[in-house]
Design a protein around this ligand. Sequence first.
Ligand code: SF4
Length: 478
Amino acid sequence: MKREKVMIMRCDTYDADRIRGIIREGMQTLGVIPRGRVLFKPNVVLAHPELFAYAFTRKEFLDGAIGAARDLGEDIKEIGVGERSGITIPTRYCFKNAGYPEVIKRHKAKVYYFDECRHVPFRLRNPGRLRDLIYVPRQVVETDFLVNLPKFKAHPWTRLTLSLKSYIGLQDDRQRLVDHNTFLEQKIVDLQEVIQPGFIAIDAIEAGQKMMLTPTPFHMGAIVMGTNPCAVDTVCCHMVHVDPRDLVHLRLAAERGYGPMDLAAIDVLGDYPLEEVQEQTRDFQFCLERIDAYFGKGSNLSCTVGVFPEAHSPDYCWGGCPGALQEAMHIFRGFYPDVDKNMKRVRYVVGKVEGPLELEKDERVIFAGDCTSWQGTLNGRVVRIRPSYKGKAEVDTRKTKSNDLLLKTFQSLWKCFRNRNAPYVHARGCPVSVADHVNYLASVAGIKNPNFDSRLLIPVNVAYWKMRLMRFLNRIFS
Ligand code: SF4
């Protein structure tokens, strides 16, 4: 097997010119020459200068990367920037908050909000695939050269999000939630078959710890570059003391032949020695904890976790509802630091649970997810929560449901309103998204809903209606 090269370079500040020079050096060292239609894929899962300041690839990084590609590229026909932000959030809202429009304009690049683009079926052939057919934006399939620009972050579902995981941002909501459960790691690997990146540059200048939407910043002062996603992610794992075999999607991707996960098979280059990075990242924090251990102590939220339907992961659902609950609670903590103490008592129940819940007085219950089932008595009333989980074979990627922002918000708030005097509410979905968790928690726990914060409400809704219009026009004209 060819030896892969990965570079770790020092970069202490978000200086676009300096980043451009470093990425240019990386491209030259790795023999990379962008050609044809070049598409840049940053990670902009969520962006806001105050509220979500560390969740996304910074605009200076995008600026530097496009600049380097322009410096070295040959016969470039188009520069494009494309991404799909977190579920239900309009991508154009996040791009604006991230400061991308000025960069895109300066480089005369095209912008592709993947929630507004046409998505096309892509047939998978790898023998280890989860699905036969997945949907991705037409621009991704047609691009000649993909430049992947992930943000270096910890992740509560998958431990880390690097170059492989960043491909989740290719899919729009309709498809993105399919298999976003105990199959998430396999889904990430399926997406790798669509396109191999021509170049990867990871923004590890200010890395993110613990959460993916509300990460705590960690100054790493590095840019990591390579051409093979497995090799790049392997080196990144070592940078923060993670065994690459514990990054499940990396292990699966290596098993499917996408690249190495053994450091001995990779030449690590650059001016920032791996050992020195490791010295600096001793205290880098993750949040890969089960929710029944994570909440409870010092919080009015406690969790009961049952068993899960898939044989490969009966004890826990790492890719679905539990992680979404953690992200939602961290969003609340960002808005209201004392929320854990001030919220009303809530028991969160997920999976197949048997036996009494032994609730505190006035404690209400959120039963979360399609796989959840329980039977018992709440406030003297017999309650039966029936599961509606569909196995992989029962979910058809050609017939998916809308995950429209307004529709989902209305549905969850209406359900909470109808059940306002009941001791419980059942949030359905597989998974129940972070946004839905925010709505259910706000209603049941009596917390002010951040979705109605003035910094979000109007700009998100303006972006939403623009997105709907452009999506409609693109369906007709492209
Ligand atoms: S309903 Fe939620 S917890 Fe259950 S399998 Fe689906 S994503 Fe996982």
